[in-house]
Design a protein around this ligand. Structure first.
Ligand SMILES: Cc1ncc(COP(=O)(O)O)c(C=O)c1O
Length: 322
């Protein structure tokens, strides 16, 4: 396999074993279809009832006070940044390896982006580099639990608290992952999740914001959910991006209770790839890492531009399997 052309470009696939009865993603059941049809048939696509029920389910799953649905993960992260006070002339710190949406919304708020190094094994924001990136303008740190691997949150929170900076976890790759027994997304001051169909909670284009902080919640509501405000928010409504009832919430309501079970399926895909990849002379291998609580997330390393000792993907092995 050494020096062969990438499978992406027509070369041989690295894993040629039969995936047998491997599931494909996303898993959509008849019940899911019915739930979407029900919203369509009653013409409730722009309502917020299902969305708010989904938010309650999501908050309960994470054991937090507040969850607010958004039209995308990017929108949830943008709202989180605004809620944390990120504005013109400020800076946010994000990892130098992530999907752009983790940090790009800072630009739309007039802020700048500072990239911190990532740990070469976990590919998550390296706390040893983080303090070097902090300036008097830093308003938020955005750790991304990259490809399902939990960031070193204790170290990140310690630095953030020392400098009085807010931490917005980007949990778009790590729904259901744990850090020292706690669900990721519940450790920082707030968190944003993408729930688009490639993600572990795959409910369609959509995003979720969660927090235990009442003020951050108020501000996120003010940012875009002006139809459902408290007085404070009502006076300051801004044109943020809301979730509507059709794209996601009906599916999300069904999937949240099953999430722990469904997420346990994903390591099966990891196992199916790990065996054939072990010993590959090109150095492709899955990084399982020391943390017990990681979640599994699909990632095409070629698309990511990563040259792959640390290749963690999983769940959509179709581009590798014959
Ligand atoms: C790490 C990360 N953050 C944020 C996002 C943005 O989510 P969305 O596509 O729902 O806007 C993504 C999307 O892939 C992502 O991978």
């Amino acid at each position: 396999m050494a020096n062969s052309e990438l499978a992406l470009l027509g070369g041989p696939k690295a894993v040629q074993t039969d995936p047998e009865d491997m599931f494909t993603w996303p898993i959509i059941t008849e019940e899911d279809e019915q739930a979407v049809l029900e919203v369509l048939r009653r013409g409730g696509m722009s309502g917020t009832d299902v969305t708010q029920e989904f938010e309650r389910d999501f908050a309960d799953w994470h054991g937090v006070e507040y969850a607010v649905g958004h039209s995308s993960g990017t929108a949830a992260l943008q709202a989180a940044m605004w809620a944390c006070g990120v504005g013109v002339g400020d800076e946010v710190i994000g990892p130098s390896l992530t999907y752009w949406a983790s940090v790009l919304p800072a630009f739309s708020l007039g802020a700048g982006i500072v990239f911190g190094e990532v740990d070469p094994m976990t590919l998550c924001l390296d706390p040893n580099d983080l303090e070097n990136r902090i300036t008097e303008r830093t308003k938020a740190i955005i750790p991304v639990h990259y490809c399902g691997y939990p960031c070193d949150m204790d170290a990140i929170m310690e630095i953030a608290e020392k400098h009085d900076i807010k931490v917005i976890e980007d949990v778009s790759h790590a729904h259901g992952a744990h850090y020292k027994g706690r669900l990721v997304g519940t450790i920082g001051h707030c968190a944003g999740f993408s729930v688009m169909s490639g993600k572990a909670l795959a409910v369609g284009e959509g995003g979720m914001f969660i927090t235990n902080d009442e003020l951050l919640h108020e501000r996120v509501i003010a940012w875009g959910h002006y139809g459902r405000t408290t007085l404070w928010a009502h006076q300051r409504s801004l044109p943020g991006s809301v979730a509507e009832a059709l794209r996601g919430p009906p599916l999300g309501r069904l999937q949240v209770p099953d999430a722990p079970v469904v997420l346990r399926l994903r390591p099966r895909a990891a196992q199916a790839l790990q065996g054939p990849l072990r010993g590959d002379p090109e150095g492709h291998e899955l990084f399982l890492g020391p943390a017990g609580g990681r979640a599994w997330r699909a990632r095409s390393p070629a698309a990511q531009g990563v040259r792959l000792r640390l290749w963690r993907m999983v769940c959509l092995p179709r581009h590798l399997c014959s």
